[in-house]
Design a binder for this molecule. Structure first.
Ligand code: ZN
Length: 304
């Protein structure tokens, strides 16, 4: 069940009681000047296994879908797209890239911002979808102080609570313990300049937080008007340009709660297709922006 286009209070009760979105493009979003401009800044990219497009799936099935879509089946890479929104005096970043300490090939956000004419001091808000390393670890500079010293940082409250939960290390496989250590260390540094927000609120006026749990416990997407279009910053709800759309029910390679992530992904895809939202995916190629089209029971990502 999803949403009508304009209701004031709309909701989709999802399995487990999670709420996808309580309001859609509220009046305040429409009231923003149409001059909001969205650009994506490439933080870099790295190689991934072709089969990481989905977890616990027969690699042969994955390769068949990729081949049918004209994608390589022997090697793959992923990119990191930080969304930059300029709107009046607001300069808003959605996520921060991976910094220099996660994997080689990333941490290029500051260079990209410079090329776009943005100084770190210009950034007024940093809004996080979630606190995985490739989204959070670029938040600090080489001196372990905030990379955007004049910005206010915004973190989903449920995400904050999850990374600081006493059982976080028990829940994570050992090879992801660094995710928790990094999240705790960086969020602690940011805490004095951070506000925590809940889905259904606007961490920045005109930017509506949408609950999108599953990839992580507190993962959020965001709706805003940019370049005159209703836009969905999707974070990591859709991470692969083929598999996430053709088989949204398949668990993604890094989803903490695969069943919940699949529910979220299908709901967001349905909504984006129905209402012609422009989708920006953090790991989708060529800047990550495009539209979602229905193809029978599945979906297709059309870049643009
Ligand atoms: Zn990611």
């Amino acid at each position: 069940m999803i949403l009508d286009r304009r209701g004031a209070v709309l909701g989709a009760t999802l399995l487990g009681g999670a709420l996808l979105s309580s309001r859609i493009l509220p009046g305040s979003a429409h009231a923003q000047p149409a001059s909001a401009r969205l650009t994506t800044i490439l933080d870099g990219g790295f190689s991934v296994a072709v089969t990481s497009a989905a977890a616990n799936r027969d690699p042969k099935q994955i390769r068949e879908l990729l081949q049918a879509a004209g994608h390589p089946t022997d090697s793959a890479s992923t990119v990191l797209n930080v969304s930059l929104v300029r709107r009046g005096s607001d300069v808003i970043l959605f996520d921060c890239g991976a910094g220099k300490n996660f994997v080689p090939g990333t941490g290029k956000l500051l260079d990209g911002l410079t090329a776009a004419g943005v100084d770190p001091d210009d950034v007024t808000h940093v809004v996080f979808t979630h606190a995985h390393p490739d989204h959070l670890w670029g938040a600090l500079d080489d001196f372990d102080t905030p990379a955007f010293p004049k910005a206010r940082y915004h973190v989903p409250a449920a995400e904050w609570d999850d990374w600081f939960a006493t059982d976080v290390y028990q829940r994570l496989p050992e090879d992801r313990h660094s995710f928790a250590a990094g999240a705790q260390r960086i969020l602690k540094v940011l805490e004095p300049v951070t506000k925590r927000f809940k889905p259904g609120s606007e961490p920045v006026p005109g930017v509506l937080a949408v609950a999108a749990p599953g990839h992580t416990a507190g993962h959020c997407a965001f709706e805003l008007m940019a370049d005159g279009s209703p836009t969905l910053i999707g974070g990591d709800a859709m991470t692969h340009p083929v598999i996430s759309f053709l088989r949204p029910d398949w668990p993604g390679g890094f989803d903490a709660d695969p069943a919940q992530a699949a529910i979220t992904r299908k709901a967001l895809l349905d909504r984006a297709a129905t209402d012609r939202l422009r989708l920006v995916g953090y790991h989708l190629p060529n800047g990550g922006a495009g539209y979602v089209e229905r193809t029978g029971a599945a979906y297709r990502f059309v870049q643009g």
